[in-house]
Design a protein around this ligand. Structure first.
Ligand SMILES: Cc1ncc(COP(=O)(O)O)c(C=O)c1O
Length: 457
């Protein structure tokens, strides 16, 4: 397999000197704070300004080099600036960049590639809709489609879900504190067994929590009308990397099929190989009616967003979900090339192998008192921290670990309940060697900070 992990100078290891942010980064961060909205997010915990990047590495303006296990929040599936994608995008720049929703060779190749990646049994009956460029737009479009097709208004979502930050997508998101104007969402328990939503003691689960949904939809007095859609993530990402249990997902599928409710799977984060199959639903032995995908579709961070759905739902009037930015030719050409590279280089095989590597290395944390659970699929991992003794918030501990890892050259994300889950979203072509270095840094940071908290208590 091709490797792109040694492009910044001659180094294949991260290196950070001095305090973060360094002086040149600090200057840009200060200007950003003056001029940009309070809504800015990542630089609050990752205090640097980016100079350049390649493969699994980012270099800041002060010359510090980090392993990037946030990878554009999962958008950079083939790492930063994959040379073959850069070549395709550069060539396309001189041909056409914006094409509305008019067909072009780049769009045709992209559409062909995406449909070809579906399980064979789904290829013929699914259609693609292009959306404006954010995952939340696609979630909105998928729900509107299901509402139009069913003539129903309500939607079922799951506790802990994250579906984006538009009004409708926020309303579906189980752990967002901001109020939303979009109404009529019913939340049901998700199979997050580490923190059972039904408060059952470990090992005593006789009913899978999906039965709460089954009973509510069967009971005319439950206050939950037949919904236009049930939407779920197969692995809740922002919710703290919580894979759905197999039985849970299959029973949601069975129920929705029996009741004629379109099942929407949100593969914005799990899609494009992140969990070891092209889509995560393939590992659950289910076929959804609607798939929402975005983040990693172009492989190089160029925005492109699609809803793939069963053609019997295709009740849109022409231009119903119109938008200006649905024809990003750079993303199309990169996306088609990205699929070619994923197949040629057996990237899904690498995801599974590196996933096993992570699982193997992180077993040394399972008995660690500072860690309550390690969970993941493919290259999507979460380490849930135990709230530290003495009543200190778990989010604070996670922030300290994130900061220590960064000072030692590793960028990781956080999420989950109270921000207490450390999250890994590396590029899917990360090498074994880089993965080992990253895990050394992470494990050291977790051990050091959790021990410091325990001693201070
Ligand atoms: C599962 C899921 N759905 C939707 C979204 C929203 O995507 P975007 O930020 O592009 O709107 C995200 C973003 O992280 C996500 O993880």
């Amino acid at each position: 397999m091709a490797s792109f992990d040694a492009p910044l100078g001659s180094s294949t290891v991260p290196h950070v000197t001095g305090e973060l942010p360094g002086p040149r980064s600090a200057e840009l961060l200060a200007r950003q704070e003056l001029r940009e909205s309070n809504a800015r997010s990542y630089p609050r915990h990752l205090p640097f300004a980016i100079a350049d990047a390649a493969g699994s590495f980012i270099r800041d303006l002060d010359g510090n080099v980090f392993i990037d296990f946030l990878a554009g929040a999962g958008a950079l599936s083939l790492g930063h600036n994959h040379p073959e994608l850069v070549a395709k995008v550069t060539e396309q720049l001189g041909v056409l960049t914006h094409g509305l929703d008019v067909p072009t060779p780049a769009k045709d190749a992209f559409t062909h590639a995406q449909l070809a990646m579906l399980p064979a049994s789904m290829r013929r009956r699914m259609k693609i809709q292009f959306c404006d460029p954010s995952g939340a737009n696609a979630v909105d479009a998928a729900l509107k489609l299901c509402q139009t097709a069913t003539g129903r208004a309500e939607v079922v979502s799951f506790q802990g879900a994250f579906h984006g930050a538009s009004h409708a997508a926020t309303a579906l998101t189980g752990h967002v504190t901001q109020p939303s104007a979009a109404p009529r969402v019913h939340f049901f328990p998700f199979s997050s067994c580490g923190r059972c939503p039904l408060a059952l003691a470990p090992g005593t689960c006789e009913i899978n929590c999906v039965s709460v949904l089954e009973r509510a939809l069967a009971n005319p007095h439950s206050g939950v009308p037949l919904p236009a859609a049930v939407i779920m993530e197969l692995v809740q990402g922002e919710g703290g990397v919580i894979p759905a249990r197999g039985e849970f997902a299959r029973r949601v599928r069975r129920l929705t099929r029996e009741l004629g409710i379109p099942l929407v799977v949100d593969e914005v984060q799990t899609g494009c190989g992140r969990t070891g199959t092209w889509f995560a639903f393939e590992q659950y032995d289910i076929e959804p009616d609607v798939i929402v995908a975005s983040k990693a579709l172009s492989g190089i961070g160029q925005p492109v967003v699609i809803v793939i759905y069963d053609q019997r739902l295709d009740t849109w009037r022409p231009a119903a979900p119109a938008g200006t930015f649905q024809g990003n030719q750079l993303a199309f050409i990169a996306g088609a090339e990205s699929v070619r590279i994923v197949c040629r280089d057996n990237i899904l095989g690498n995801v599974r192998a590196r996933g096993e590597q992570v699982a193997g290395r992180l077993t040394e944390l399972t008995d660690h008192p500072g860690v309550s659970e390690v969970r993941g699929r493919g290259l999507m991992w979460g380490i849930e921290l135990t709230p530290p003794p003495g009543g200190r918030p778990v989010g604070e501990l996670a922030e300290e670990i994130q900061a220590r890892a960064l000072h030692n050259g590793l960028i990781v994300a956080r999420g989950g309940r109270d921000g207490g889950v450390l999250r890994l979203l590396p590029p899917l072509n990360v090498t074994e060697q880089v993965m080992d270095i990253a895990l050394d840094i992470l494990i050291e940071a977790i051990r050091t900070r959790t021990t410091a908290h325990a001693l201070a208590a």
